[in-house]
Write a protein that binds this ligand. Structure first.
Ligand SMILES: Cc1cc2nc3c(=O)[nH]c(=O)nc-3n(C[C@H](O)[C@H](O)[C@H](O)COP(=O)(O)OP(=O)(O)OC[C@H]3O[C@@H](n4cnc5c(N)ncnc54)[C@H](O)[C@@H]3O)c2cc1C
Length: 296
């Protein structure tokens, strides 16, 4: 690993000012579970590493009038065990619990998983399903980016040099809503998604009033499956709606063939997992369904 400078700001405003000063050559480090690996492999070579782990403001985790505020530094391990998240936002538990090992989850942050912008990352589809708003602060002030417009390519986001993700805001969960994430991997743990699907629904009786679907590992970015959502919206929950949503999601995806699976296998998995994710999201909206994190 090459030598690099190290800065450890103690507040968000200090972080933004040191980030702006070194914007072209700096990288933020949170849990380091992606960045350190990339630096060791020489994939990333920042001249300055800005350690944000000492900034307590970024550890926020609370429900306010407008919804759940999830600070950038909230770790996977905290999401898995937090009673409020387990009760009201179980899809976050489903996805966080699948990330790496316990050791990885004790370091890995929600913003790191998002900002790394891997097409196969597990929490972005859940955040897409929950319509998360990404709060960003940079030299030109704050801005809010809807999660489905945050990713622009593999490893690339809309973040400008010097910008920091501060938190995610998720709309308050309502009783007639449910959401669920599941992925396929050959191994149960310590493996990357071959396909991942997060689904959120709002029911009105037997009708799916609204739906959002996020997909992992089937497109150059985490993908919002808008066509599948449209196939569900306003339809009675049942076989016909599931058939239409699965077909639409497969059509919108652009899976590649790689060591984890062929494009055809991925298309087949999208079909299976969209049906399963929507069915389990509906079950949760009805007050039942799998417990948080019970995705296998
Ligand atoms: C063994 C192993 C297994 C893994 N398995 C999985 C898996 O199954 N599923 C999965 O999704 N991931 C997996 N990962 C990847 C990794 O754990 C996650 O992507 C993790 O959430 C990254 O968070 P971090 O805090 O460690 O990020 P870091 O490594 O600190 O940062 C990642 C990137 O995000 C940027 N960044 C971090 N925080 C901010 C911020 N607040 N604002 C702006 N930019 C920021 C950094 O500059 C860097 O580019 C695995 C990793 C390992 C090592």
């Amino acid at each position: 690993m090459r030598r690099f400078g190290y800065l450890a700001p103690k507040s968000v405003s200090e972080a933004v000012s040191v980030l702006a000063e070194h914007a072209a050559v700096a990288k933020v480090i949170a849990g380091g579970t992606d960045l350190v690996v990339q630096m060791k492999d020489g994939v990333r070579r920042p001249e300055v590493v800005i350690d944000i782990t000492g900034i307590d403001e970024l550890r926020l985790l609370e429900e306010r009038d407008d919804g759940l505020h999830l600070g950038a530094l909230v770790r996977m391990g905290e999401i898995e065990t937090h009673p409020l998240i387990i009760e009201k936002y179980p899809i976050l538990v489903d996805s966080a619990k699948l990330v790496g090992s316990k050791q990885v989850r004790n370091l890995a942050t929600i913003a790191g998983n998002t900002c790394n912008a891997s097409p196969g990352a597990d929490t972005p589809p859940a955040l897409i399903a929950l319509d998360a708003q990404v709060h960003v602060l940079g030299p030109r002030g704050p801005r809010v980016v809807p999660i489905d417009r945050f990713f622009v390519g593999p490893g690339r986001t809309v973040l400008e040099p010097g910008e920091l993700v501060t938190k995610f805001v998720l709309r308050k969960a309502a009783p007639n809503e449910g959401a669920y994430y599941e992925r396929h991997t050959p191994r149960k743990e310590l493996d990357i998604a071959v396909v991942g699907v997060g689904a959120w629904v709002r029911l009105n009786g037997e009708t799916i009033e609204d739906a959002r679907i996020g997909l992992a590992a089937v497109y150059p970015t985490p993908l919002r499956a808008t066509e599948a959502e449209a196939a569900l919206r306003g339809k009675p929950f049942g076989q016909a709606a599931l058939d239409a949503a699965a077909l639409a999601a497969v059509a919108q995806a652009r899976p590649i063939s790689d060591v984890r699976g062929s494009a055809d296998f991925r298309r087949w998995l999208i079909d299976v997992l969209v049906r399963r994710a929507v069915t389990n999201a509906v079950a949760r909206a009805r007050g039942g369904g799998p417990r948080a994190g019970e995705t296998h």
